[in-house]
Design a protein around this ligand. Structure first.
Ligand code: ZN
Length: 301
């Protein structure tokens, strides 16, 4: 049964794939803000310390590609009044999933897209070969790992998901990491960088590889637009050992007992509300408000 579903989905996707996909090189150079740029030694440390695949790319906070302009604005990533050009027009995101993925990886990514289409009013649609702005979901060889630009950048925009290998499931052990990177592409930052995070979590600088302490900086209070409570279980929250010097040395721990930090399984209830709020899905009409509030209620249970 599973094989039949996979085959059906693959055939459907193959039919939808446009023919004029731009050439994507194995090695790309996503922008990294000057202040956050790593030396080759630092990049070597990352590759030698067995880090999470969202840490490996060596981009800003691990997995976010930003220009200097964006870095100056990054604390206001969610404010469309400040950076309106970063919002996807008409709530529509055209995408291409690389034909280099094998069928099961392709389906994992497709499930992440279907999930966002179902739970939000954002429409991910296969690229028609004409739209100027679109996501190229691609297994980039360098930087490796899972990474994305934040918000719409204009033109073809890479979202990198490294396929599994003999060592690790990398970014495609389930659809969670695809959803995490897709949420970055929609304009969402990491939960633990919120201005108010010190009320909820402790950061342990002594356990963080020193070059990467900057990745635990906070956003400024004036510019944040979060109207939701701190979300320990967010799919956008770092795990306890991100950028850790070694096994068993947590870099971030919750102040509240019994909660787990971050996960890459599915959007939490708050993630679901947050993305719907960001793209105006809750304000479109009373019908939409009820619909998305109801759908989000089922998340994180
Ligand atoms: Zn991330």
């Amino acid at each position: 049964m599973k094989t039949v579903v996979l085959l059906a989905v693959t055939c459907q996707l193959a039919l939808m794939a446009p023919r004029n996909i731009p050439h994507v090189p194995d090695v790309v150079f996503p922008p990294v803000p000057e202040d956050a740029r790593l030396s080759s030694d630092q990049l070597r440390v990352l590759s030698e310390t067995n880090q999470d695949p969202e840490v490996q790319p060596g981009l800003f906070q691990g997995d976010m590609a930003l220009t200097n302009d964006m870095y100056d604005l990054w604390r206001v990533g969610l404010r469309w009044d400040v950076a309106p050009e970063r919002k996807w027009r008409n709530n529509t995101v055209h995408y291409v999933i690389s034909p280099l993925y094998d069928t099961s990886d392709y389906v994992t990514i497709y499930k992440a897209i279907l999930t966002l289409n179902f739970l939000t009013c954002i429409k991910f649609v296969p690229w028609d070969g004409k739209a100027k702005d679109f996501l190229l979901i691609w297994p980039i060889k360098y930087p490796q790992g899972c990474w994305s630009y934040v918000g719409r950048f204009g033109g073809p925009q890479i979202l990198s998901l490294q396929p599994p290998n003999a060592m690790s499931a990398n970014c495609l052990g389930g659809e969670g990491r695809s959803i995490h990177e897709l949420l970055h592409a929609l304009g969402i930052f990491h939960e633990q960088s919120r201005a108010d995070r010190d009320q909820f979590v402790d950061i342990h600088p002594e356990n963080i590889i020193s070059e990467f302490r900057v990745n635990f900086n906070k956003e400024s209070l004036e510019n944040t637009t979060y109207s939701f409570e701190y979300d320990y279980e967010s799919i956008m929250h770092y795990g306890q050992f991100y950028f850790s010097k070694g096994k068993g040395q947590p870099t971030i721990t919750p102040k509240k007992k019994g909660v787990k930090l971050g996960q890459r399984t599915a959007m939490s209830h708050t993630d679901c509300l947050k993305i719907n709020d960001l793209y105006g899905c809750l304000d479109k009409s009373m019908y939409h408000r009820r619909k998305y509030y109801t759908l989000c209620k089922f998340m994180g249970l």
